[in-house]
Write a protein that binds this ligand. Sequence first.
Ligand code: UDP
Length: 472
Amino acid sequence: FHGNSPPHVAMLVTPGMGHLIPIAELAKRLATRHGVTSTLITFASTASSTQRAFLASLPAAVASLSLPPVDLSDLPRGAAIETLMSEECVRSIPALTTLLLDLKRSTNLVAFVADLFGADSFDAAAAAGVRRKYLFFPTNLHVLTLILHLPELDVTVPGEFRHLPDPVRLPGCVAIPGPDILMPLQDKTNPCYKWMVHHGAKYREADAILVNSFDAVEPGPAKILRQPSPDRPVVYPVGPLIQADRDGGAAGCPCIEWLDRQPAKSVIFVSFGSGGSLPTEQMRELALGLEISGQRFLWVVRSPSDEGAVNDNYYDAESKKDPFAYLPEGFVERTKDVGLVVPSWAPQIKVLSHPATGGFLTHCGWNSVLESLVYGVPMVAWPLFAEQRQNAVMLSEGVGAAIRVSESKGREKIAAVVREVMAGEGRGAAVRAKVAELQKAASEGLKEGGAAATALAEVVEKWTGGGGGGGN
Ligand code: UDP
């Protein structure tokens, strides 16, 4: 039926810019390098203006469709975002099945790809008769290793992770202290814990897992996961997939104009991802810490998260209240010659790639980490939620691409870490050198013949039947 149509892939993406951006980048790469078109399927809850605008800006080879809303009103208020996404996925299986049947009729559909909280959608793919089921994992190999081990850890680890006397050691991985383990695993009575264990088992149904990471940043688990194993699907590190710098996307943006006037590598960029915000007290200490550090800074501020959740803005990056009202008295005025504070959102790629940027104080969301590495920017790690604390451990204790702010978050400590990463001779210098090395490795991997490019080519080969229709 579709002899002349290009191979087409359906990709289900759970809400959040952090999920949307890398999978869209994967889709773009499949189109430009391999002639594979795709449809990104989003949930009805992916409704923020930022996410909609992003989908609308994608090239014609990357279509998008939204699933109809499902009723989630029976879930308790304050249910974890991981629970909401997992529930929405399961409840969308009938609609997704119909949608996949339609795509089978209208395109040369060769594979279905789900992302990290969407593995239950494999049931829809099976019902629709889509044979090849892949998982796209937008975060790293450390987190993947943990999730794949969850069904067994659920049995062997007594009590809560945060009470464990020893760090959690998994094959090839940096040892992760219990309190730094993935946030949705930190309360075993919360339904999101069970969901994660469930996903760990469900991932095994994938034919293969594509991961947005690269060997040099986590050589230990890369070495292990690159070897085929009967216990789990084949793993392909295909990263770093980061959002391409869109020319003109930030033209006239005040923060870029401001950066243009700063000396080379003099500015630390401070941002907590698409949805992160700090409690009022930490926001204050951060402001004073930046001021004491004497370093130039560009800070994306959001109103504080004191209602309890640090990810209140998850589904929509817009700050709900005026964030400037929460800064210390006189702060903006006192720092106006060295600092710029912008509300809610900045063109992060433009900022990280700017010659004036010399450091990044980041919440360690994996996209932010990859972007920092691609542009060679050393990091100060200030993790908030999701897998960010374990990313901070792996970056600071493992590969050495970041220095972590101590748990107390006092202004003097913050100032010291900022200074060290920007200009320190000891640990700071080592971090800057390591990041330069990782920048090179990342770029080599993506070139024709590099590790990431080769991995993706192998996947496409499986999809397009080069291996005799294999894929299962
Ligand atoms: N981002 C941005 N401007 C902002 C905040 C975030 O462009 O002010 C982008 C950032 O470049 C990254 C993504 O949004 O691509 C955030 O993803 P990440 O995984 O770092 O964090 P999450 O938002 O999932 O917590």
